[in-house]
Each structure stands twice: as structure tokens, then as C-alpha cells.
Write a protein that binds this ligand. Structure first.
Ligand code: ADP
Ligand code: MG
Length: 398
């Protein structure tokens, strides 16, 4: 069973309905759901037009929305509220359409506002005022893409309510535009695609150049295996420099090789033509990572989890040594998990903090979790949050 139809989600939906009515004095027109994601493998390859293999997880953002009517006094304003960290009385952030200016909306409301902004740019689309309340259990800033869960839940809701008829690819592209131009985070297209296009018990093999997808069955149950998330509780931030710097290095490497994107590079030997040693190492990660994604898809289809595990760990080494986006905490989590018998482990998401994942036998959940906790304790880090995730269905009406 996926979380989308679990008892817990039903309870959260009922509570969200009530809270919406209390805050806004009206019933919402509906509730929409969008999951966070784990990236199994294929890191920073999306903006290099390469391959990624994420899956949606059983943690999601729920948004309740109501379109305002003639009877609403302020029918042209956009009202946003979130249950996150706000106790019984979430404050409402109200903005007008005139205030929908890139990088001008402060705080978390920039994410749903960005989606409205992107939709409003579309020919023939005219949105009115709305009331929106979000309730998400995707941990914030942990590299599981809580920001995209919020954006995707918002776009799915608006697509439905305003009968826009957008395709999933269009919604992915619009939320990317929203995040890049309005919020100001130079992220790729993987996260929103994972949230929109994933299927339960499958990973999403996405070609970020053609936007073609394949649902790849995850043979975890057959092998009594699970994916464990180890959240370091060190928040990453994409709006800051590290991510943008990696993008710039990749562009530099592509320019040196006279290709449109590093996707076009198939053999590591071709990288010899890059003079700058940093750009060369960054490109090395991208080229080898694309290969590892293809190999992982093959190994999953063969049911060879040992091979998948090796690829996950190689991916981690590549991110640690060549792409340099890991952190001490992520390395400690990965090494402790491996030493305690994980089949494979790697940091996941943009890096510089956030979460690592481990592919482990179900019977090793306690052993691996304990080993990681102890390693963190010994290193003097804050206690990590450790939990298993299941591959869930992508976004839709809840
Ligand atoms: P990640 O997407 O990996 O969790 P980001 O830094 O990209 O980390 O996004 C986190 C931001 O998304 C938060 O700082 C907040 O602005 C917004 N956000 C995520 N979830 C919620 C929520 N439930 N309520 C309000 N804002 C949220
Ligand atoms: Mg994010």
C-alpha cells in the first residue's frame, strides 16, 4: 500500500480541512499531494542533460486550496499559510499579483508564489486570488526536496482547479522556471520530475535531455531489502554558492570540449582536453555518473542488488573526491553504514549537508541505524534522523 491511501494521510487530510476552515473561514475546494524524493543515483547530472534515477517517497506535501470568488473582499490577493513550525495559528502571508516579482517575495511563500508567477506567464492563463494551506511531512532542508514537494503540490492543484490541462513535463518545466527565475535557485529538473512522474515500487529513469521516462521496478521486497535515509540534520542550501559553482564548472568543461552539454561526452579519455584541473574533475564525475545510472538500471532489471550497491558507493566516492559536494557528516554516515553491512550507500541530493541513503537488508535496519548513531555521537555531531522510505506514487489529487 502506498502512503497516498494510508490511514495516516486520511487523518492528515481531515486535520488540514479543519485547519483551513479555521484559518480562512471557508472550506477548501480540494487537497492535492506531492511527494518528496530520494535520488537513488545520478547526482548533478540533470542540469548536464544526463540521466537520473530518483524515486518519490512516502513523505509528502498536502496543499488545500480554494479559489476566491466575487464575495471575497480581497479577491485579488494570494493568501499562503503553512502548518510548518507555526503551532495552532499559522500566520497568513498575503501578496497581490503586482507583488509577484522575481526574488521579491521573502520566506517560504516564495515557492507557491513562484508557481503562480510561472503559470501567469502562460498565454491565455489568468489566475485569480486563492487561499492556500500547506501541511508537509517532508523534512525541510534535508535534501529530500521539501521545496519541490511544495511547488509540485501547488502546480498540480492549480492545474486541476483552473483546468489548465498541463502535461507532467510541462509542470516540471514550469516549476523549474519558477525555482530558477523567481526563487533564484539554479536547480535542475530532476526533483520536480520525480515528484510528478514516479510510480509506487519503481524508480524513475529520466533522460533530462529528451525528458523521456521509464519506470524501473525496484526489486527490494524480493531481496528483503530496504532503503534507509540518514538525515545528517545539517541543512544544505541551494541558493548559496556551492551548487552554482558546480554548474559553472560543468559549463566551463563543456565549453572547453566544444559540446553543448557534458551529456555528449561518452568516454573519460575525452576529458584529457580540459586544461583546468578543477573543471576536469567535475566533468569526470558527470561522465562517470551518467554511466553508473545506466549500469544501475541494468542491474535493477537483472535483480542484482550487489551490483547496485557497488554503484551507489562508487557514486559516493565520485561525489566526495571529484565533485567535492559531500560533507564530513555525510561521509561518516556512509562509511558507518557500509561497515555495518550495507549493500551500498551514498549521499543523496544536492550535497553540502542533507541526507545519505543506504541500501540494506531489512534485518540490518537496527544494526546499521545504531552504527550510524554511534559514529555521529563519537564525532560529536548532532543526532541524525534515520528512517526507511518506500517508493511511492507521484503527485495528484489526494
Ligand atoms: P529541501 O528542498 O532539500 O528540503 P530547500 O532548502 O531546497 O531544501 O527547501 C527548503 C525550503 O522550502 C524551506 O526553507 C521553506 O522555505 C520551504 N518549505 C519546505 N517545506 C515547507 C513547509 N511545510 N512549509 C513552509 N515552507 C516549506
Ligand atoms: Mg529543495
Amino acid at each position: 500500500m502506498s502512503i497516498s491511501d494510508s490511514k495516516e494521510t486520511t487523518q492528515r487530510m481531515a486535520a488540514l480541512h479543519q485547519k483551513f476552515a479555521k484559518i480562512y473561514g471557508h472550506q477548501p475546494e480540494g487537497i492535492w499531494r506531492a511527494p518528496g524524493r530520494v535520488n537513488l543515483i545520478g547526482e548533478h547530472t540533470d542540469y548536464n542533460m544526463g540521466f537520473v534515477l530518483p524515486f518519490a517517497i512516502d513523505k509528502n506535501a498536502l496543499v488545500a486550496v480554494r479559489r476566491k470568488t466575487q464575495l471575497d473582499a480581497d479577491r485579488q490577493t494570494l493568501d499562503f499559510a503553512s502548518t510548518y513550525g507555526s503551532g495552532e495559528h499559522p500566520p497568513i502571508t498575503s501578496i497581490t499579483f503586482d507583488e509577484l516579482v522575481p526574488r521579491a517575495v521573502p520566506g517560504w511563500a516564495a515557492y507557491p508564489a513562484a508557481v503562480l508567477w510561472a503559470l501567469n506567464q502562460l498565454e491565455g492563463v489568468e489566475l485569480g486570488g486563492i487561499q492556500l494551506l500547506v501541511d508537509s511531512d517532508v523534512p525541510v532542508g534535508s535534501g529530500l526536496s521539501s521545496s519541490h514537494a511544495l511547488e509540485v503540490a501547488t502546480i498540480v492543484a492549480l492545474d486541476d482547479l483552473y483546468e489548465l490541462g498541463l502535461s507532467k513535463v510541462q509542470m516540471a518545466q514550469l516549476t523549474q522556471r519558477a525555482e530558477n527565475e523567481f526563487v533564484g535557485a539554479p536547480t535542475g529538473i530532476m526533483d520536480q520530475s520525480a515528484s510528478l512522474m514516479s510510480h509506487a515500487q519503481h524508480a524513475l529513469f529520466l533522460d533530462c535531455h529528451s525528458m523521456e521516462t521509464q519506470a524501473v521496478p525496484l526489486p527490494l521486497a524480493q531481496h528483503d531489502a530496504v532503503v534507509l535515509v540518514m538525515d545528517t540534520r545539517v541543512e544544505h542550501s541551494h541558493v548559496d554558492g556551492g551548487y552554482a559553482a558546480r554548474r559553472a564548472s560543468c559549463e566551463q568543461a563543456a565549453a572547453a570540449l566544444e559540446v553543448q552539454s557534458l551529456r555528449e561526452v561518452n568516454a573519460v579519455a575525452e576529458l584529457e582536453a580540459i586544461e583546468d584541473p578543477v573543471a576536469k574533475r567535475r566533468a569526470m564525475h558527470i561522465v562517470t555518473e551518467n554511466r553508473r545510472v545506466l549500469d544501475t538500471v541494468f542491474a535493477l532489471r537483472e535483480g542484482d542488488l550487489e551490483a547496485v550497491g557497488k554503484l551507489l558507493y562508487q557514486s559516493h566516492e565520485s561525489m566526495r573526491d571529484d565533485y567535492e559536494i559531500s560533507s564530513e557528516e555525510l561521509d561518516v554516515a556512509v562509511e558507518a553504514a557500509m561497515a555495518a553491512g550495507a549493500i551500498g550507500a551514498r549521499m543523496t541530493g544536492g550535497g553540502f549537508g542533507g541526507s545519505a541513503i543506504a541500501l540494506i537488508k531489512r534485518e540490518h535496519i537496527d544494526k546499521v541505524s545504531q552504527a550510524v548513531r554511534e559514529a555521529f555521537d563519537q564525532a560529536g555531531y548532532v543526532e541524525p534522523a534515520i528512517f526507511t522510505v518506500i517508493a511511492d506514487e507521484g503527485a495528484g489529487k489526494a
